[in-house]
Design a protein around this ligand. Structure first.
Ligand code: EPZ
Length: 418
């Protein structure tokens, strides 16, 4: 398993090109199941998860071509409605093929994703919503067996709490269902709006984009389209933390500030200087960082996918911070690793108290999940001495060319092939 070696203490200076959003790319690829015609996606990030989703679609019968760099062309008829355990267990987002398979092929057999490091990650809201739309669903041998012999019909669905994946799965299902589906308490993440924009380009009828009430009027069929994926807001926030924690200055080229919601305001409150420019976001830090509280919430609140990275930043801030994780039940696994580097973090249930320290010290650490792994890279960039981050396959799932992007801005970082 590859490792990453960092010698810390060097301010990052330069430009980082923000890649296409992982969490938009995956759902947009699943939308390729909704038509036999070509769906061409541009600004596709080069990530392990995108590769896995491509393999999943290919075994459903969808041709997955790469006509140009960062471009995917998807097309073809569905020939297999089963999403096998050995792919789904690698990437939970595989569950997002359930809605399109059901609405298009009227049946689906998708392995239950199972939990992951950050939580049990149930999919009950996905299943309840599809049942409300007429699907018959059985759980059998770790698989979801779903049928809709007469196709799906519209329904009024109110989510008890915000779920990005459930909102996305039901949007795809509703786009070809008979009649209107209204999703209340729908997720409002930028990736949802990006999906809606792409579906409309394919001929879908969707209103309420950007709000928590989406109305989708099913159409007979969808056609091909060409869609450019939005920039990755989590990558943007992550590299903003890298500029701040190293006391450098970075231009995050292509970043869309509005997509960061409360993250920008919280970083500014902590003492990070953020300026919008025609090219993206310029991030630096003139003075010290000070302890700032954060609570993760659905968009436009503070993104849970930024919690671990922000915690590392607060680990070297002046004063204390209270960081509360309200979305996932086990998303503090970076804490023991940060504490091994000299951070002072105490977890109490869903909250962590971070008492800032002047500096961190390099150490061998273990990545546990995607965002936690980058929080350790951030710690290594700021720490005195050498840090070795183990199990960096986690990093490769969601961040493109980390060492290249960081080394080009002055970081002393290299990948050690295991
Ligand atoms: C998406 O996951 C993202 N993944 C996650 O990003 C992100 O952290 C999350 O949304 C929240 O923003 C992708 O888009 C591929 P949810 P998702 O459904 O859809 C519970 C990353 O690092 N829940 O909004 O799975 C769930 O357990 C990843 O890029 C149910 O209980 O998240 C969680 O506690 C990590 N039942 C909460 O809701 C359900 O049926 C929010 O989950 C569905 C979810």
């Amino acid at each position: 398993m590859d490792k990453i070696r960092i010698i810390g203490g060097r301010p990052l200076e330069g430009t980082i090109d923000i890649s296409g959003a992982k969490n938009a790319a995956l759902i947009l690829m699943a939308a390729g199941l909704l038509t036999d015609e070509r769906l061409v996606l541009e600004n596709v990030p080069d990530l392990a998860d995108v590769e896995t989703m491509g393999q999943l679609l290919a075994q459903h019968g969808i041709a997955v071509d790469r006509p140009a760099p960062r471009t995917l062309s998807l097309g073809g008829a569905i020939t297999n409605v089963e999403a096998p355990y050995d792919i789904v267990r690698k990437m939970r987002a595989s569950i997002l093929v359930l809605g399109p398979l059901l609405t298009r092929a009227h049946e689906a057999r998708v392995s239950l994703p199972g939990g992951c490091a950050i939580g049990t990650r149930p999919v009950d809201l996905h299943l309840k919503g599809l049942e409300a739309m007429g699907a018959e669903i059985r759980l059998d041998g770790g698989y979801i067996d779903a049928t809709a012999p007469h196709g799906l019909h519209g329904a009024n669905i109110t989510f008890p709490f915000v779920s990005v994946g459930a909102t996305e799965n039901l949007m795809l299902a509703a786009s070809l269902a008979e009649g209107e589906t209204v999703l209340v308490n729908a997720a409002r993440e930028p990736e949802i709006s990006d999906l809606a924009t792409c579906l409309i380009a394919m001929g879908a009828d969707i209103t309420g984009i950007g709000t928590d009430r989406l109305a989708i009027l099913g159409v007979k069929s969808l056609h091909g389209a060409r869609h450019t994926i939005i920039p990755d807001r989590i990558e943007t926030g992550t590299y903003a933390c890298a500029a701040a924690i190293t006391g450098g200055a970075l231009l995050l080229r292509g970043a869309r500030p509005a997509d960061l919601g409360a993250v920008l305001a919280t970083l500014a409150q902590a003492g990070v200087d953020i300026t919008e420019t025609p090219d993206g976001l310029r991030v630096s830090r003139r003075n010290g960082l000070h302890g700032t509280d954060a609570m993760t919430e659905p968009f436009p609140g503070f993104a849970t996918d930024m919690q671990a990275q922000f915690m590392t930043l607060m680990a070297v801030a002046e004063g204390a911070s209270m960081i509360t994780e309200s979305i996932f039940e086990n998303r503090f696994m970076h804490v023991p690793e940060l504490n091994r580097m000299g951070a002072r973090v105490n977890v109490h249930g869903a909250s962590a108290i971070v008492r800032g320290v002047p500096t961190l010290s390099g150490a061998p650490v273990m990545a546990t999940d995607l965002r936690a792994s980058f929080s350790l890279v951030l710690a290594g960039l700021a720490a005195r001495g050498e840090t070795i981050v183990n199990r960096v396959y986690h990093l490769d799932r969601g961040y493109e060319a980390v060492e290249r992007k960081l080394a080009a801005c002055g970081a002393d970082i290299e990948r050690l092939a295991a």
